[in-house]
Design a protein around this ligand. Structure first.
Ligand code: EPZ
Length: 430
């Protein structure tokens, strides 16, 4: 398990290229299973989550061809996925436990091949993460679903049937799975209370290019008129708004100036507004965000996580790190996940003053400085928050268990080093 060593104190200056969005790439890769023609996906980030999903698709019988391409001065991955005939319709436990988003094979395999066996992913560090919405919606579309030996076993007779499904939570994962399933269903499916995250729009754009007929993009009611067959397509993954938001906080906390290239400010309106209220200058162009905190006097701001376009839960830990060194008090409320304050005890080991109330709220009282410490990553975004704290702490911080970061932040040390951070990876033998 590798570690990351950071010596805090350097303000960050320069440009950072924002990568393709992991959370758009994962369902989009699985959407390639809806056709027996090749689907080429460009601007894919080099991440362990993508590698894990590729390993699952390979064992389903997908042919994968990878090449690297330059885009705007930035090296990206372009992968062609081709599944002329799957050799298996089973997503085994060993794959799903490594990467929960493996559950995105459920909708496509069931809709196209009429059968799928998916190991239930179970909970994780941030919450119980149920799949009831995915399963009950597929049942309403005619699927027979059983839970056997830890697996969801789903079958249909003929094709899935269109249905009106209403989600009790605007789930990103269920919206993607049902969109993909409904694309090949017989008749029309209406999803009420669908998620509106930009990654959903990216999936809809690919499905439409493959021949799907979908109305209501960027709204919470999606209408999908099922078609008999989808065809191949080439798609360019949208940029990663969470990666952009994470580096924006790095500029703010280190009192530097970063230009985030290939970042779309429209996807980050709520967090950028908070950053401005904190006292940081934020300017935007059609494809970049410039965060300038050189003369900022940081002022704590409340944060309430919510479904898009609300404040993203995936930026909660990073903004909490920022509030740790801003003056005054900030109330941070997590409304999406029931257990997403695992970074709090680690930040407190670095001198942060945080009081957690129940499991949903925390009061952060800003301190003048943080001090370095060995800390433990608990999940992807919490790990980034600890890196941020390390960048401003006095002394040498060691962040342990950085495999979490490798799941979702492409070339993290390289990006930070290029803008002046004193950061390095300590490789440990496997
Ligand atoms: C996606 O997870 C993201 N993951 C998460 O990002 C993100 O935190 C989350 O959406 C919320 O934005 C990927 O895109 C791969 P949900 P997902 O289904 O789809 C409840 C990261 O750091 N719910 O939108 O699994 C659920 O308990 C990760 O990159 C049900 O009750 O999240 C939660 O309270 C972490 N029943 C809420 O909905 C269900 O069947 C939102 O979950 C499904 C969900």
């Amino acid at each position: 398990m590798d570690k990351i060593k950071i010596i805090g104190g350097n303000p960050l200056f320069g440009k950072i290229y924002i990568s393709g969005a992991k959370n758009a790439a994962l369902p989009i890769i699985c959407a390639s299973l809806l056709t027996d023609e090749p689907v080429t996906i460009k601007n894919l980030p080099f991440l362990s989550d993508i590698k894990s999903l590729n390993a699952l698709l390979l064992q389903l019988g997908t042919q994968i061809e990878e090449k690297q391409e330059d885009y705007n001065g930035h090296l990206t991955n372009s992968i062609t996925y081709h599944t002329p005939k799957p050799t298996s319709l089973i997503a085994p436990y060993d794959y799903v436990r490594k990467m929960r988003a493996s559950y995105y094979v459920l909708g496509p395999l069931l809709a196209k091949y009429g059968h799928v066996e998916l190991s239930l992913p179970g909970g994780c560090a941030i919450g119980a993460r149920p799949m009831d919405i995915h399963l009950s919606s597929l049942e309403q579309m005619g699927a027979k679903i059983e839970i056997k030996n830890g697996y969801v076993v789903a079958d249909i007779d003929g094709r899935l049937r269109g249905a009106r499904v209403s989600f009790h939570s605007a789930s990103v994962g269920a919206t993607c799975n049902i969109l993909m399933a409904a694309a090949l269903a017989e008749g029309t499916t209406i999803i009420e209370n669908a998620a509106k995250e930009p990654e959903i729009a990216d999936l809809i754009n690919l499905l439409t290019d493959m021949g799907a007929v979908i109305e209501g993009i960027n709204t919470s009611t999606l209408t999908i008129h099922g078609v008999e067959k989808l065809h191949g397509a080439t798609h360019y993954i949208v940029n990663d708004r969470i990666e952009a938001g994470s580096y924006a906080v790095a500029a703010a906390m280190t009192k530097g100036r970063l230009e985030l290239i290939n970042a779309d400010a429209d996807f980050l309106q709520t967090p950028l507004d908070i950053l401005r209220k904190t006292g940081v200058k934020v300017e935007t162009t059609p494809n970049s965000i410039i965060v300038d905190a050189q003369n900022a006097v940081l002022q704590g701001q409340d944060i309430y996580t919510d479904y898009y376009p609300g404040f993203p839960t995936d930026l909660q830990a990073q903004f909490m790190a920022l509030m740790c060194i801003a003056s005054g008090a900030a109330m941070v409320t997590e409304s999406i996940w029931e257990n997403r304050f695992m970074h709090v005890p680690e930040l407190m080991r670095m001198g942060a003053n945080i009081n957690v109330h129940g499991h949903a709220s925390a009061i952060v009282r800003g301190v003048e400085k943080l001090s370095a410490a060995p800390v433990m990553s608990t999940d992807l975004r919490a790990s980034f928050a600890l890196i941020l704290a390390g960048l401003v702490a006095e002394g040498e911080t060691i962040v342990n268990r950085v495999y979490h970061l490798d799941r979702g932040y492409e070339h993290l040390e390289e990006k930070f080093k290029a803008v002046g951070a004193n950061i390095e990876r300590i490789k440990e033998p496997d």
